[in-house]
Design a protein around this ligand. Sequence first.
Ligand SMILES: [Zn+2]
Length: 99
Amino acid sequence: MNHEWYNNFVDFIQLNNQNIYNEACEYADKIEELEDCEACYGQGYVHSNDEEGNDEIQKCDECEEFESDQDAREYYRDMGFPEFSYEEELFRREEDSDA
Ligand SMILES: [Zn+2]
């Protein structure tokens, strides 16, 4: 990739959407930090079970990348994993109540 092109690319994002630029930086930092965790293989979340034995995404307690299981699930969904759909309804409800 052309270096000047990349600089212009970054300038454009910084000028037009400071927020996404900052988020991209945080994301890249996060990935770097996470690489070492052996419990979640650097993902920040683990596949587990709830009290009823259903599959559940929970935050990794080793690296505490996410503040809550809900944050971990949100991240998981944002990554676009379709198999985690059983809680979609619940998730949507929780999201609505946040708004
Ligand atoms: Zn971890």
